[in-house]
Write a protein that binds this ligand. Structure first.
Ligand SMILES: Cc1ncc(COP(=O)(O)O)c(C=O)c1O
Length: 376
């Protein structure tokens, strides 16, 4: 055994003993298809299999091919990217959008390009791994603040020595499912000449007026001091990411953001699908209302407060109990998720339930009975 293979084996044994081993299960069963009720995935509106969304993907692949073929700055900017950027900006109320190949890239690009040695980064303790990695890529000093603590954000902004500062939050948190106080945060940022970068991954299509997000609802889209990032892979049922901001920020990213410049453009099929999904949400806003209705029913069953979006978190005593609850639910035909350390910033293992608009009333009733039973 080399030192390296021994290290791998030791790490694997420690994970196993702590109940933290993760395994990939490949399956032909598509979420939402077949007997399992899906309360684990992020396709909140059920659009990944919507005929219009699939048709959008096919039409774009037929027109442009399977791949964009190059970085957006070389030959990889296609009209479908520009059309999607226009549609995303119109939907969320921002003046400009830049599409990237994942939501992960969107956060890496926004944070790394909008900061330098002279920037303080104030980050909520619960931001997504992509924002944490973005901080590592950036050259700014990073200050982590307790979750949703606007007072702490203000203290660090007020006491900084750097000329510039940015504040990183999610508008709806992916693990806890709660919303950020976006209006207060934007106000603090405005008063201290800082930029708010808010990840709308779990709010787009679910929160705000007809799913346009929480920044739009708070009247903040288009403000100079507010930037949104988002993913096309959750409620839009596709793949990809975007940064929404002013044209000046977009130009800056096009010219300086390495995760944008050195990455092949988003696959045409993903862009075509995301555009079609935005069209479906616009035409069928009742999907947005339905996902919130299902979230309310699940929250009641789980004995937790109403969710701000589609994600519900139920704390468990430990990772082993969380994994056992997931298995018990699966035996009764309900797939739920679970977050264990290191995916949880506070070390608490949680069941993660996600509401889905496409569930029928009888599926919701069954899911509610299973979730209620698990926690009794
Ligand atoms: C809050 C948040 N931001 C960013 C991402 C990354 O998005 P993508 O899957 O498109 O890379 C995710 C999840 O995947 C997320 O939950």
């Amino acid at each position: 055994m080399t030192r390296f293979t021994r290290w791998l084996a030791d790490r694997a044994a420690a994970r196993e003993e702590a109940g933290l081993t993760r395994r990939l299960f490949a399956s032909d069963a598509v979420p939402g298809d077949g007997p399992m009720i899906d309360l684990a995935g992020n396709d909140y509106l059920g659009l990944s299999r919507h005929p219009r969304v699939i048709a959008g993907a096919i039409a774009a692949a037929e027109r442009y091919g399977a791949g964009a073929g190059a970085s957006r700055l070389v030959t990889g900017t296609l009209t479908v990217h520009e059309d999607l950027e226009r549609d995303l900006a119109a939907f969320t109320g921002f003046p400009a959008a830049l599409v990237l190949s994942t939501g992960y890239h969107a956060n890496l690009a926004a944070v790394s390009a909008l900061t330098d040695n002279d920037t303080l980064i104030v980050s909520d303790a619960h931001v997504h791994a992509s924002m944490i990695d973005a901080c590592r890529l950036s050259r700014g000093a990073v200050q982590v603040v307790p979750h949703n603590d606007v007072g702490a954000v203000e203290r660090f902004l007020a006491g900084r020595t750097q000329p510039r500062a940015i504040v990183l939050v999610e508008t709806v948190y992916s693990v806890l499912g709660d919303a950020a106080p976006v209006a207060e945060l934007a106000d603090v940022c405005a008063r201290h000449d800082a930029l708010l970068v808010a990840d709308e991954a779990h709010a787009l299509g679910v929160c705000g007026i007809d799913g346009r997000g929480l920044l739009h609802e708070a009247g903040l889209s288009g403000e100079d001091h507010v930037v949104a990032t988002l993913t096309l892979s959750k409620s839009l049922g596709s793949q990809g990411g975007a940064v929404l901001a002013t044209p000046a920020v977009r130009d800056h990213l096009v010219n300086t953001a390495r995760p944008f410049i050195y990455d092949t453009g988003l696959a045409p099929a993903a862009a075509g699908a995301a555009r079609a999904a935005l069209g479906v949400i616009g035409d069928e806003p009742e999907r947005v209302a339905r996902v919130r209705e299902v979230a309310r029913a699940l929250a009641k069953a789980g004995g937790v407060p109403e969710a701000d979006g589609a994600v519900l978190a139920i704390a468990m005593p430990g990772p082993l109990e969380a994994v056992a609850a997931v298995a018990a639910a699966a035996e009764r035909g309900v797939r739920i998720g679970c977050f264990r350390p290191p995916s949880t910033p506070d070390g608490i293992s949680r069941l993660r339930l996600t509401a889905h608009a496409q569930l029928t009333d009888s599926e919701v009733d069954h899911a509610v009975a299973v979730v209620g039973g698990l926690l009794r």
